[in-house]
Design a protein. Structure first.
Length: 298
């Protein structure tokens, strides 16, 4: 399980976070996005080294980058920005890598932070990259193009569910189950809206496939999350952590997060190309009109 979890975390560090930051379209995040590999590469290396001073130091480098990213959240709030549902989802995405990085530093140093054993800390790292950063970011993107009750519910319930899961770590299994229920409701709403986007006219075949795949995967992966949380709270039979990493974790990383980010990148590229084409058409029309005017004047 350790190798699989490490591979999933590397995907989150090296691919998902910088790709997600690019999709925000926020100029003030561009600098940290460009610098991100300088923080992520040491963090990824720390995953594969034995616990100790070297691994901890490398993890701290990643934590420094995650903290710099998280500091953008209070700055945006202070300026009165990002206080709508989609904005709240973005703020959540900016903060959650810092939670993952804190767990990574503690786990790499062999320190049982807040009494959590090292195995739980190791799984907290991918959880807050994908159920935290990726899920909140994508919920915000979906809300911006589906600005109705469902979109707003998704953008608010995903951050709330993520927060409740985090609080549940400290309170107990029933609180964590409540968080899993809220997070699942939000993620299924994201999946529903994504499914509808995949069926919209004008989508190219690859974008459609990526959107529909990410939506379908959420049905299975979040059912697994619910079954695990319910089993932990009630003692009913439920998947083991190893099984959850191989199914829920891998499915969310590849099937949901990566497919969604690729789809949204294609959507943005298509929108940018359409905008550029319209701009060029308008410029050509103005030039032609000017030429006609000058001809009549002559």
């Amino acid at each position: 399980m350790s190798a699989l979890v490490n591979a999933i975390v590397m995907l989150g560090m090296l691919v998902v976070v910088p790709a997600g930051l690019r999709l925000t379209g926020q100029p003030e995040l561009e600098r940290i996005r460009r610098l991100w590999p300088l923080f992520a590469a040491p963090g990824a290396l720390a995953l594969w080294l034995p616990r100790g001073a070297t691994a901890t130091a490398l993890a701290c480098v990643y934590a420094a980058g995650a903290v710099l990213l998280a500091l953008h959240a209070p700055r945006r709030v202070a300026r009165g920005r990002n206080l709508d549902p989609a904005g709240i989802a973005l703020l959540t995405a900016l903060v959650t890598p810092a939670v993952a990085a804190t767990a990574l530093v503690a786990e790499r140093s062999g320190h049982e932070l807040f009494g959590f054993d090292l195995g739980i800390l190791a799984l907290t790292v991918p959880h807050f990259h994908f159920a935290g950063f990726a899920a909140a970011l994508i919920a915000g993107l979906v809300c911006r193009v589906s600005d109705g009750p469902a979109g707003r519910f998704a953008a608010l319930s995903v951050p709330l569910g993520t927060l409740l899961v985090l609080v549940g770590y400290f309170i107990g299994d029933w609180a964590e189950l409540a968080g899993a229920v809220v997070l699942t409701a939000g993620m299924w709403t994201v999946g529903l809206l994504t499914w509808r986007m995949g069926h919209e006219e004008g989508r190219d075949r690859m974008t459609r496939l990526l959107l529909l795949s990410s939506a379908a995967v959420l049905v299975a992966t979040m059912l697994l999350a619910l079954s695990w949380a319910l089993g932990e709270a009630t003692g009913l039979p439920h998947p083991t952590l190893t099984w959850m990493a191989a199914t829920h974790g891998l499915g969310n990383a590849l099937g949901f997060a990566l497919c969604s980010l690729l789809a949204w990148r294609r959507i943005h590229n298509h929108d940018d190309a359409s905008t550029e084409a319209r701009t060029e058409a308008c410029a050509d029309a103005r030039t032609e009109a000017q030429t006609r005017t000058e001809g009549r004047t002559a």
